[in-house]
Design a protein around this ligand. Structure first.
Ligand code: GTP
Ligand code: MG
Length: 215
């Protein structure tokens, strides 16, 4: 069997669960700049991580069917806090600051990195990290480093390949293949890939279904 197949909605029940959860409103709860500011951990929490500009905030907007719930921007480094969004009274969706953005002041970068690391390695209610990879660029060393960290603390991560509307079919296939190879080394990798376009809404229903079926 193919390792790391592309996620599909396998049954109507799962699809309904996704529809039902995301028919509820998603609201901004708070931006956290310090680990002590994290909200209580009584909900199913999932987060979106990845390099700056990969499309994390846009993906949250697409999930919510709102244009500007999470601030997205052409300028890398837009999201500078750990932003919490409440979904129904059961889930948190968490938008993380991007990594790999070299043009911010060094003290700022170091502060984000520490906050990110503390969050990703210490948050008990965090059920899954959606690790976004730009489908044009594939897995970079800095993504590898995050995967190694998540292996170490046994936090499951699932790859979301973003901006597929911008990728040629052959390019996308190559990128998927390379990503599969990179994932083979990582015990914390969830064994399915998601492919998304936030502008064209591709893969959003599958992502909603995936999130709704995380317990
Ligand atoms: P940081 O907060 O800086 O880490 O970035 P981010 O990962 O949150 O990225 P963001 O959602 O702000 O998107 C960055 C840019 O990519 C914006 O100009 C978006 O409009 C664009 N973008 C995001 N997703 C897609 C997509 O699926 N397709 C296309 N064509 N553009 C996208
Ligand atoms: Mg962002």
């Amino acid at each position: 069997m193919l390792k790391f197949p592309i996620a599909q909605i396998l049954n109507e029940n799962d699809r309904q669960k996704g529809h039902s959860l995301f028919s509820k409103e998603i609201t901004f709860l708070k931006g956290v700049v310090d680990i002590v500011g994290l909200p209580n951990d009584k909900r199913i929490e999932i987060c979106f991580a990845g390099r700056s500009n990969v499309g994390k905030s846009s993906l949250i907007n697409a999930l919510a069917s709102k244009k500007s719930l999470a601030r997205s921007s052409n300028t890398p480094g837009r999201t500078q806090e750990i932003n919490y969004f409440a979904l129904s009274d059961t889930n948190y969706l968490v938008d993380l600051p991007g990594y790999g953005y070299a043009y911010a002041p060094i003290e700022k970068v170091e502060k984000w990195q520490k906050l990110l690391k503390d969050y990703l390695t210490g948050r008990v209610s965090l059920r899954r990290v959606f690790l976004l990879i730009d489908s044009r660029h594939g897995v970079k060393e800095i993504d590898e480093n995050l995967m190694l960290l998540l292996d170490k603390v046994a936090v499951t991560f699932q790859i979301v390949m973003t901006k597929i509307d911008k990728t040629k079919k052959s390019e996308l296939e190559q990128s998927i293949e390379k990503t599969r190879e990179a994932l083979g080394e990582h015990p914390a990798a969830f064994p399915e890939l998601l492919l998304t376009s936030s502008t064209k809404m591709n893969g959003i229903e599958t992502l909603r279904t995936t999130i709704a079926n995380i317990e």
